[in-house]
Design a protein around this ligand. Structure first.
Ligand code: SF4
Length: 560
């Protein structure tokens, strides 16, 4: 299948050519660990003249990186055995952990020690800021000779003629006006050619999405299933800061009903700060699902409200996570390319962890690429070493051990818990050998069945979406083509309004989609977009296409 339009670049313009050996799209932990490890392997092989280029859409490395985050140190300890001595940024070691089931009335059931579900035990793990980690890793990579260009979004993959061989990428044009005309500042994107392109775009990357459609990399796999995570960092009162420092609390229950999948976290990341967040599965049937609204309701539960009293929010962000696990991973390699990190589905949804898997996937890819370059064969066959090494690695064992975890919850909380209990004693099998998956938007039911009610907002702990977007530092050049493409606007008006009540006005955590009273068309406030990708996943007609905006646009996450 050929890709749909996912590039806003102008055609028929002369472009600068940039030949490199390996081009990595995305400076997250997977892309950067691939760059670092590959650089090291090439040097060991006496092949250090090769060029490794990393491109990232954020204005500065780390500005688009967001995670909870508690990190299993297994990955970084493999990449840098001396990671602690080198100054790898850690916020706090985990000193205590537990889970709580929140009751709608205000109480909760605390599950601690042997009662805490094993995947939520975090002793030996570390609280980190993904934003700081990626900055640190990019410095290490640059010192090793890796070229890193921030503020260079990639518009499209480049193919060798009519074949499916990826031969590099084209970066996004800048200086194009809203009406498509070229401004005085117009700069055409570069044509980067590479023997191997590494797609490390993070979750639901627009390039990987096209490759998934065009190639057979998802044949025999379950469709990926996603969750949307909403996060805030709070400066808290000295008492709460002291009480929570180094502690990890996960919650289930309120405000979700038993048909929904999701939960929350509270991490005591410093003596005066906590990281809080809420993730909800996008296979939720309610057309009025509002991940941000659920987060607000969760903050109003007395157990959480108590932690926020006397504090103030200082950062906000939102991002989707790939929850499908082992059976939802694409084939990880093809002619001239590999997938790593979230793009390759490297996330353990049961333990809520992906950084260690992202780092490991980058390292395994680097080993496969180094061998392919040495052999002069970067075809699908030449890069198969990466897939084979993954299948023999601890990363595969970990994901395979939870292979049916997320799908078991598609039948509701109780069915999921029963199956998960059986999975724990059958090494991840559960009730059936392989549970099927589905695309999240397929589960949405007509708006007439919606029961979700909007939360009540206030200025103290329950900010509305626009107040939160302000805390994310999000900015885009206003005079540029919208990077949220509605393929057929008539579907929004003629069908979606009637059938689903325009769910985009609910699910976007940045209030990008508005249907003003009396309006017959959606208003898209694209400059508010925090690049979470929920709309690209959840639109019931697959009518919304997220594409990269001009360089530097998007959130400015700090400490997230
Ligand atoms: Fe997320 Fe889409 Fe809203 Fe942007 S427009 S914040 S990608 S849901």
């Amino acid at each position: 299948m050929k890709p749909r339009i996912t590039s806003l670049n102008v055609r028929d313009v002369e472009r600068e050519e940039l030949p490199v050996d390996v081009c990595i799209v995305g400076a997250g932990p997977a892309g950067l660990s691939c760059a670092i490890h590959l650089s090291r392997l090439l040097k060991e092989a006496g092949d250090e003249d090769r060029t490794i280029l990393v491109l990232d859409k954020a204005e500065e490395i780390g500005h688009h990186s967001l995670s909870g985050a508690v990190m299993d140190p297994k990955g970084i300890a493999e990449l840098f055995p001396d990671w602690k001595e080198r100054g790898f940024p850690v916020l706090s070691e985990v000193k205590d952990d537990w889970a709580e089931m929140l009751r709608p009335g205000g109480g909760s059931l605390k599950l601690k020690g042997p009662l805490c579900p094993p995947p939520l035990k975090n002793h030996g793990n570390y609280m980190v800021s993904l934003n700081e980690i990626t900055k640190w890793m990019s410095n290490e990579a640059e010192e090793m000779g890796v070229e890193i260009y921030a503020g260079f979004p990639v518009a499209e993959a480049r193919f060798d003629g009519d074949t499916d061989r990826v031969v590099g990428v084209q970066t996004r044009d800048s200086g194009v006006a809203k009406d498509g005309s070229q401004k005085a500042t117009f700069e055409p994107g570069m044509d980067v050619s590479a023997d191997v392109t590494v797609f490390a775009e993070g979750v639901r990357g627009n390039l990987a999405k096209d490759l998934f459609r065009r190639l057979d990399v998802m044949d025999g796999r379950n469709p990926q299933t996603y969750g949307t995570g909403i996060k805030e960092i709070w400066e808290v009162s000295p008492e709460i800061g002291k009480e929570m420092h180094g502690k990890v609390m996960h919650t289930g229950g309120y405000p979700l009903d038993t048909k929904s999948y999701g939960g929350s976290w509270v991490y005591g990341i410093a003596e005066n700060k906590i990281s809080i967040g809420f993730v909800v599965g996008l296979d939720h049937p309610d057309a009025r699902l509002d991940p941000h609204g659920l987060f607000v309701k969760w903050k109003q539960h007395p157990k959480i409200q108590r932690l926020l009293e006397g504090g103030k929010p200082i950062n906000y962000g939102a991002k989707c996570v790939p929850e499908g696990g082992y059976f939802s991973q694409p084939r990880l390699h093809g002619d001239g390319f590999v997938f790593v990190g979230d793009t390759g589905g490297f996330l353990n949804a049961a333990t809520l962890k992906g950084i260690h898997l992202a780092i490991k996937s980058g390292m395994l890819a680097a080993e496969g690429i180094a061998k392919a370059l040495a052999a002069g064969d970067t075809s699908q066959a030449g890069l198969k070493g990466y897939q084979d090494a993954y299948e023999a690695s601890w990363a595969r064992d970990e994901l395979y051990g939870y292979r049916n975890y997320r799908q078991a919850f598609s039948g509701g909380l109780f069915a999921g818990m029963l199956d998960f209990g059986i999975q724990m004693v059958t090494k991840g099998r559960g009730l059936v050998a392989r549970r099927p998956g589905h695309s999240d938007h397929e589960t949405m039911t007509p708006d007439s069945r919606s029961t979700t009610e909007a939360p009540s907002y206030n200025d103290s702990d329950s900010m509305d979406k626009l107040t939160d977007v302000y805390l994310s530092g999000t900015m885009h050049e206003e005079d540029q083509p919208a990077h949220l493409l509605v393929n057929d606007p008539s579907i929004c008006v003629d069908r979606c309004t009637e059938e689903y009540g325009n769910p985009c006005k609910h699910f976007c955590p940045a209030a990008v989609y508005e249907w003003p009273k009396g309006s017959e068309a959606v208003v898209i406030n694209a400059s508010n977009c925090v690049h979470c990708k929920t709309c690209d996943i959840m639109d019931p007609y697959e009518n919304i296409e997220w594409v990269v905006p001009e360089g530097g646009g998007g959130p400015k996450y700090l400490g997230m």
